[in-house]
Design a protein around this ligand. Structure first.
Ligand code: MG
Length: 156
């Protein structure tokens, strides 16, 4: 089974930028209720989507104060538990991040290791790709960051 997830967050000054569980040195960060990690949010939706288990907004509503400033790793762990409870396990993760700046090349391996550790996967089964938007659209203007993630789950 394959799951797909997408997320976007607005960028602003004086906010943290956390992507794939890794703190990124940046002049701008994501405006969000949680830590605003678009990569992990898209991963949660991919995991949930693989088995039609709903979406991140249903399981972690913005209106719930317990998720204020929450580490998105907690959301991924919850989604993984749901997958496990259905008798499945994740076998790979493939993510694309779209961000104009800063360049993410120095951080990609750290993100792979972080996601591999949460998902109990070998690092070679976690792909992180980064691209810009060629100065086009809201990402190109530096107003936001996007992530797209697919994963495969198999029966345990
Ligand atoms: Mg989000």
């Amino acid at each position: 089974m394959v799951g797909f997830g997408f997320d976007v967050h607005r960028l602003a000054a004086n906010e943290r930028l956390v992507l794939g569980g890794v703190e990124i040195q940046s002049d701008v960060g994501t405006v969000a209720h949680s830590d605003g990690d678009v990569v992990l949010h898209a991963l949660v939706d991919a995991l949930l989507g693989s088995l039609a288990l709903g979406d991140i907004g249903e399981h972690f509503p913005d209106s719930d104060p317990s998720w204020k400033g929450a580490s998105s790793t907690v959301f991924v762990e919850h989604a993984l538990n749901m997958v496990t409870n259905q008798g499945f396990r994740v076998v790979n993760v493939d993510a694309t991040i779209v961000l104009e700046q800063p360049k993410l090349a120095p951080y990609k391996n750290q993100m792979r290791k972080h996601i591999a550790a949460i998902c109990s996967l070998p690092v070679k089964r976690v792909s992180i790709k980064a691209t810009t938007s060629e100065h086009l659209g809201f990402v190109g203007r530096g107003e936001g960051v996007q992530a797209w993630v697919i994963c495969e789950v198999q029966p345990q």
